[in-house]
Write a new protein. Structure first.
Length: 48
C-alpha cells in the first residue's frame, strides 16, 4: 500500500509517496530541485 504525504525540508513542501510494501519513499524531483536551488516559483523549478 502506498500513501501520499507532504514533508518539509528547509521550510518548503516536498511531495512524497511512501511504498510500504517495498519500504521506500519516492520524492517529487521538481520539489527537491526547487528546495535545493531556493526557487520560489514551481514553474521555474521544472526547468532544472
Amino acid at each position: 500500500m502506498s500513501k501520499k504525504s507532504i514533508r518539509f525540508f528547509n521550510d518548503r513542501e516536498v511531495r512524497v509517496v511512501s511504498d510500504d510494501e517495498n519500504n521506500c519513499w519516492w520524492f517529487s524531483a521538481t520539489d527537491v530541485g526547487r528546495t535545493i536551488n531556493d526557487e520560489p516559483d514551481y514553474s521555474k523549478a521544472s526547468n532544472y
